[in-house]
Ligand binder design. Structure first.
Ligand code: FES
Length: 83
């Protein structure tokens, strides 16, 4: 099970973490990935200088509402396939 944590701290919230979560949820729904990805919200990851912080299996990435779909399709799906 791949663990995906989206930061909902105040800085990331302002940069659109809610939209990032919506986008991820939509893809998880569309691709029926519920048993492959566990998504959780998490408070500040101490990377506020970047975009919306998203941790995948502990590694932190910087995402935005605009790049969320691409990030999921490239990085997350690749990790799922690899695992
Ligand atoms: S609020 Fe998201 S990293 Fe700080």
């Amino acid at each position: 099970m791949l663990e995906l944590n989206v930061c909902i701290g105040s800085s990331c919230h302002l940069k659109g973490s809610y939209n990032v979560i919506q986008t991820f949820q939509q893809i998880i729904e569309d691709e029926a990935l519920h048993d492959r990805v566990e998504m959780k919200a998490q408070f500040c990851m101490k990377q506020c200088q970047n975009g919306v912080s998203v941790a995948m299996n502990g590694k932190v990435f910087s995402v935005s509402p605009e790049t969320a779909r691409q990030f999921f399709r490239e990085t997350v799906l690749n990790e799922i396939k690899a695992g």
